[in-house]
Design a protein around this ligand. Structure first.
Ligand code: C2E
Ligand code: MG
Ligand code: MG
Length: 658
């Protein structure tokens, strides 16, 4: 069977289960089984009853008739014997008369019996036999009467004549009739026996048919039930493809057969699938997932597997030689969905984690590894990533970092460093940037080791407020101690823009420490404004209305356009270190770029600061471009609180920029 027809069959079966046709079928089958079973039992019971009744009737009647026949025959013989004795004692009148009287008595008794017999058989198949016997007996007795009549007048020869010629003939006639009657009874008994045998045979056949049908029906029902429970246990109800249990089972099978290394495990999820759900509704979203699963399934080769992990995540086993083509295909899958009664083609793009399976891997490890690879695609913003062993270590570090984060906040393990910003026109301290460090196990952990992880997990916001509060607290202390602070900028992740109470929270801290807004600046990175522009402008407006400065960090590394910058009412633009790195190393293009960016920012009436200034040449170049503020190792690295406090006390730098 081709893969396509298999897929069609699978689809049919799934829709059939989904539409609950199977339970209806099982129910119909059960009803059918019951009806057939009941009808069969009724028939058997009816035919047994009939057999019993027929048998009882026939047997009862036939036995009664046989008894009559027996008695009639006996009396008939006794009667004949008396007639013969009568003839033998012809000369002895007394004896003769006695014998005659006895014979007459038997005759009466015989006729009474014959009459009774007649009542029993008239209207039955034996009626004609009865008439024959009756007329035979009549003939016989009329001859006997002749014998007695001639005996009364002692005419032996005439009596003898009747005896020899007439009587024997009528005896013969009666005997023949009796024989015929007996034959009839025998036939009837045979017929009844045959009928009984036939009924029993039919009942036996019917019983066998019922048993066979019941067995077949029960097996079919059982097979359907097993297949239904398999479907429930091993199928994903939404898409109808296998679920994870089945996938792992198949992997175990391949592992046992030693074939697992012929495959690559792929775990993919659909990019921005929430947008499909949000914009087209979850019903269309479900249809999209179903169609995606079907389209990918049809692309699988023999023995390749697919299952739905959940949501928009799918897992596959793809043959080594097919992987390149498959990944290319699954990167962008076109599917059709019905929306407002119209068919629409949509493109679903995926991210894939890939895991080359080595000897000795078990199903659980493969699934974990491929999931890990997939999780890296989002973090690294790429479409496909192959699993590598070092990912496990990274994942472990990440896990422990997240596990320890909360307690680190609670135990104040995070400390704030301040990196001075310098006015290169008068070589004095003009501001600083608050940069967090983690004192973890007596070592300083730099922010690049934990900020990106916390950001990805959406947990950095707590830390930003922690740092900001520390900054406000330090400024308050310096002010209270008569040390003049400079403006401190604090980094805030773009994640805050999702929080409608962001501005209020910032202001609440500012008010709590009673800090003048001239000492505060908030740094937001450029990319944050692009995604949440409305939230960004709203926040900027709220801060500006309270006189708190806003700067755009890492300018030039994100996606925002210069026209966007025009719309944003921010105070300071920080040009990213990557542009500064290209200064004074002969990269004219870069220098020209920096020159023009500075010119343009100034033209827009914004302040400009360059970060990452490490050499005097860079500082001199920037001074030439009329950039007043710089931040970099040339002047200071980020300083711990106490060192920075010293810097506040003597804010003039010796390394003068020409
Ligand atoms: P950023 O905000 O762009 O901070 C500037 C970074 O450049 C700092 O690194 C600083 O030490 C470094 N830097 C400054 N001048 C020089 C230089 O001349 N040479 C070199 N090589 N580096 C220089 P740091 O402190 O490691 O911070 C890295 C990033 O971590 C920051 O980049 C910021 O994005 C993030 N970060 C630090 N603290 C926080 C925080 O409290 N909240 C948030 N959300 N992010 C933070
Ligand atoms: Mg910064
Ligand atoms: Mg920066």
């Amino acid at each position: 069977m081709s893969e396509q027809s298999k897929a069609v069959r699978r689809e049919k079966r799934n829709s059939y289960i989904k539409k609950r046709k199977l339970p209806i079928r099982v129910l119909s089958l059960t009803v059918l089984i019951s009806v057939v079973g009941l009808a069969g039992l009724l028939y058997i019971s009816y035919s047994m009853d009939r057999i019993a009744r027929v048998y009882n009737g026939v047997v009862k009647n036939d036995y009664a008739n046989l008894e009559y026949m027996d008695s009639i025959s006996q009396n008939f013989y006794r009667q004949q014997a008396l007639v013969f004795q009568y003839m033998d004692n012809f000369d002895d009148n007394d004896k003769k008369n006695n014998l005659k009287i006895n014979a007459k008595n038997i005759e009466t008794a015989l006729f009474d019996e014959v009459k009774e017999f007649g009542d029993n058989v008239i209207g039955t198949v034996y009626e004609s036999s009865y008439h024959t016997i009756f007329s035979g007996l009549n003939g016989y007795f009329s001859n006997v009467n002749y014998i007695f009549e001639f005996g009364d007048v002692n005419d032996y020869s005439t009596a003898e004549f009747y005896m020899q010629n007439m009587l024997l003939e009528s005896i013969e006639e009666v005997n023949d009739a009796v024989d015929l009657f007996n034959t009839l009874i025998k036939d009837d008994v045979n017929k009844t026996q045959q009928e009984m045998t036939n009924h029993l045979e039919v009942s036996r056949i019917i019983s066998i048919v019922i048993i066979v049908l019941l067995t077949i029906f029960t097996f079919i029902g059982l097979a359907w039930s097993i297949s239904a429970s398999r479907e429930i246990a091993y199928k994903d109800p939404l898409t109808g493809i296998d679920n994870m249990d089945k996938f792992q089972k198949d992997m175990d099978r391949y592992i046992k057969k030693g074939r697992i290394t012929e495959y690559i495990c792929v775990c993919s999820n659909i990019k921005d699938f929430t947008i499909v759900n949000q914009q087209l509704g979850s019903a269309v979203g479900d249809m999209a997932l179903r169609n995606f699963a079907n389209t990918v399934t049809q692309r699988l080769q023999k023995d390749e597997r697919i299952a739905r992990v959940g949501g928009d995540k799918f897992i596959m086993l793809i043959r080594n030689e097919h992987i390149d083509e498959f990944v290319k295909f699954v990167d962008r899958v076109s599917i059709t969905v019905d929306y407002h009664n119209e068919a629409h083609i949509i493109q679903l793009e995926t991210r894939c984690g890939l895991c080359r399976i080595k000897e000795g891997y078990d199903a659980g490890t493969i699934v974990d590894d491929v999931h890990l690879a997939l999780s890296q695609t989002k973090l690294k913003a790429v479409d496909n990533i192959w699993f590598e062993e070092n990912m496990l270590e990274q994942a472990y570090d990440r896990k422990t970092l997240l596990a320890e984060y909360q307690s680190a906040i609670k135990h104040k393990e995070f400390v704030v460093y301040y990196q001075p910003k310098v006015n290169i026109f008068n070589n004095t301290l003009c501001g600083s940037e608050a940069l967090v460090r983690w004192w973890r196990d007596d070592k300083i952990v730099p922010p690049f080791k934990f900020i990106p992880v916390l950001e990805e997990e959406g947990r950095v916001t707590e830390l930003d407020f922690y740092v900001f509060e520390q900054v406000c607290c330090d400024i308050r202390t310096w002010l209270d101690n008569g040390i003049k602070p400079v403006r401190v900028s604090s980094n805030f992740s773009k994640l805050h823009l999702r929080n409608p109470g962001f501005a209020e929270h910032v202001l609440e801290i500012v008010d709590r420490y009673n800090i003048d807004s001239e000492y505060l600046e908030i740094e937001l990175t450029e990319s944050s404004g692009y995604e949440d522009f409305d939230a960004f402008t709203e926040f900027v407006d709220k801060m500006r209305s309270r006189g708190i400065h806003i700067s755009i960090d890492d300018f030039g590394t994100g996606y925002s356009s210069l026209s966007l910058l025009k719309k944003l009412d921010v105070d300071v633009i920080k040009i990213d270190k990557s542009f500064i790195d290209g200064i004074a190393i002969g990269d004219e293009m870069n220098e020209s770029l920096v020159k023009n960016i500075i010119y343009m920012i100034k033209d827009l009436n914004r302040h400009v600061i360059c970060e990452g200034v490490e050499s005097m040449q860079q500082a001199e170049f920037l001074k030439k471009q009329n950039c007043h503020m710089v931040q970099g190792y040339l002047f200071d690295k980020p300083l711990p609180h106490d060192e920075y406090e010293e810097r506040l006390k003597s804010p003039v730098y010796k390394n003068v920029v020409e």
